[in-house]
Write a new protein. Sequence first.
Lengths: 254, 90
Amino acid sequence: MYQTNQYEGMLAETVSVPGAGGDTINAYLARPLGAGPFPGVVLIHHMPGWDEWYREATRKFAHHGYVAVCPNLYFRAGHGTPEDVAARVRAEGGVPDEQVLDDLAGTLRALRALPYLNGKVGVFGTCSGGRHAYLAACRLPGFDAVVDCWGGRVVMTPADLTPRQPVAPLDFTADLACPLLGLFGEEDRSPTPEQVAVHEAALKQHGKTYEFHMYPQAGHGFFYHDRPAYRQGPAVDGWHKIFAFLGKHLAHGA
Amino acid sequence: MCTMIVKQVEIDGSGKGPDGWFAVRQASVSFDHPFNAPFEHALNIDFTDPARGPGARVAVELSEQAARHLVDTILAVLAQAEKGGFLESA
């Protein structure tokens, strides 16, 4: 934890990373100043887009000693305000899972090539980004820890499947290759507590390392201080749990 | 895209955005997270012209009750206009 007599500096800027289909997409990167080595985190933005909250979260990870990078998964929808771009993606039915995975694979490669990384990388996401984080941890090699915050549609019925989301992330649980932290709200409708229980049962069945926390009196998006869903107690506790979990699994030599 | 409940329809008309009036070509109707309305999910309507880029958008985010009331009201107004012989297609 930061001490008041400690030097702190940070660099935060827009960068380019390789994406799906040979594209170059933009990303927001924040890191502590200094030689490191630092652990890395890939942040996966939520349905409302590559927005200010995600820039703040990226800098928060850097403040806590991580090289944090958040790719713009809506890059191909054109440019404008984050809301306008996200609205276009919403109209299109979301971004295809395979495209997201390739964008994340490119982001991970770029992150792992940085000279000040300690060799450990986690992946974090909220809302649709929580779902994508879980999917990435199951499908892509190279992540050492995953944080899924209220990712909806991890558990999907056949009627929920679409050409862009053709397989439920739950179906890849056997391939989950790193420890998982899940944070959820009891009042959430996507995922519901029942869906979280189904997810947990699959993790147990496959012998995976995980910890799930279900907060009472919290719904979807309880970290978002700019939305009525914000719940101060669960949000503060949730961030503590995230940094304890990542500290345990991404520390140098962990 | 937490619910993925969305439909698009081609439309004709005009919408007023931050840069003034433009022709709206498409309406996207979704029930998903709003950007501004204080609900977890809302009935969102985006009137857009896709050819002009993401910024050509007039957006509303409505509660379920407001959306149903709006639909009923639109239909009632159209019925009254039809009865009065005001519809161009009539």
